[in-house]
Structures are given as structure tokens and as C-alpha cells.
Design a binder for this molecule. Sequence first.
Ligand SMILES: CC(C)(COP(=O)(O)OP(=O)(O)OC[C@H]1O[C@@H](n2cnc3c(N)ncnc32)[C@H](O)[C@@H]1OP(=O)(O)O)[C@@H](O)C(=O)NCCC(=O)NCCS
Length: 165
Amino acid sequence: MAGDDLARRFPAVRFYNPALVEVQEDVAIGARTRVGTFTLIHAGARIGADCTIGSHCNIHRAVLGDRVVIQTGCHITRGVVIEDDAFVGPGVITLNDKLQGGALAFPRIGRGARVGGGSIILPGVVVGAGAVVGAGSVVTRDVPGGAVVLGSPARTRHRQPTPQE
Ligand SMILES: CC(C)(COP(=O)(O)OP(=O)(O)OC[C@H]1O[C@@H](n2cnc3c(N)ncnc32)[C@H](O)[C@@H]1OP(=O)(O)O)[C@@H](O)C(=O)NCCC(=O)NCCS
């Protein structure tokens, strides 16, 4: 049975419903990582320890660090790198083929960055360490570390000074 096979291949990983998950060949998943239901992890993916991978996710040949959270319904394309402690909200899409048939360029989500639900990260975009991407953003340019960006196309949010400032 598929579930028994996953338990044998990944004894330190918790699959919520192993019979309803597909993990292809040549995949590494670190200890204590949890994987939701109806998720597909493609050949060559590298996933660190203590991660949470939600349900209905499609993880291609990407590299995820430790303690990464990928919430429900994410599409993580081939070549994406997601560094330690990054948080990717529900329904996030990463893309790697700008011209849809051209050269590939792979997004990178830096250490501790947080990407809001429903956002789209375009090919080759780097979201810097500790940056925040607002929900529903379309991120077309690199995001500096620690910045907060919002909208479509995503732009840095500049706080308005209060009258006392
Ligand atoms: C980006 C975010 C962190 C900003 O939070 P905040 O600092 O409390 O900002 P506020 O709610 O005070 O909003 C400030 C302004 O930004 C706007 N804004 C907030 N989030 C926005 C977003 N995602 N896209 C566009 N505009 C946004 C607000 O409308 C407001 O504009 P206004 O001043 O013209 O009214 C938050 O809105 C967000 O998107 N969080 C992501 C949530 C998420 O996806 N979680 C995933 C796990 S469930």
C-alpha cells in the first residue's frame, strides 16, 4: 500500500493521511516534517527538517530549508529555493518561466521571509530575508530584506508619518 511505502521510506516524517499523498523517487524530507493530504512532491525535491507542508500542495524539484511552512494549496515550481524559517501562506504560486517556453529563472524566498496568501512570485524574483509580502500580491521585482511589499505589482509600503513626526 502507498501509505506503508511512505512510512518505510520516511520513518521520521508525519504524513497526515499517507494513502493520499504521492512522494516520487529521489526525494529527501527531514525529520519531524509534517505533510498534509492530497499533496504531490515531485522527484528531486529537497525538504528540510521540522517543516510543515500543507494539503493540496504541488512541490516540484525545489529546495526547502528547515522549519519552512508551506500552507495549503501552494504551487512551488522547479528550481525554487525557500530558506530556513520562511513562511508561505495558502495558495501561493511561484513561477519559473517568464516567456512560457523560454529560459527558466528560479525564485528564491529568503530566510524568515513571509509571503501572504494568494501571492504570485514571478520567475527569478528574490524575496529578501525577513521580508513580508502582503496577501494577494504579484511580486515582479526583487524584494529587499526586511521590506514590506503589497499589491499588484507589489510595491514597497511606505508608512505615512503621523502629524507628531
Ligand atoms: C501586509 C500586511 C502584513 C499589512 O498589515 P498591517 O501592517 O497591519 O497593515 P494594515 O492592515 O494597517 O493596512 C495598511 C494599509 O495597507 C493596505 N493593505 C494591507 N494589506 C494589503 C494587501 N495585502 N494588499 C494591498 N493593500 C494592503 C490596507 O488597505 C491599508 O491601506 P489604507 O491605509 O489605504 O487603508 C497584511 O495586510 C497582510 O497582507 N498579511 C498577510 C496575511 C496572510 O496572508 N497570512 C497567511 C496566513 S493565514
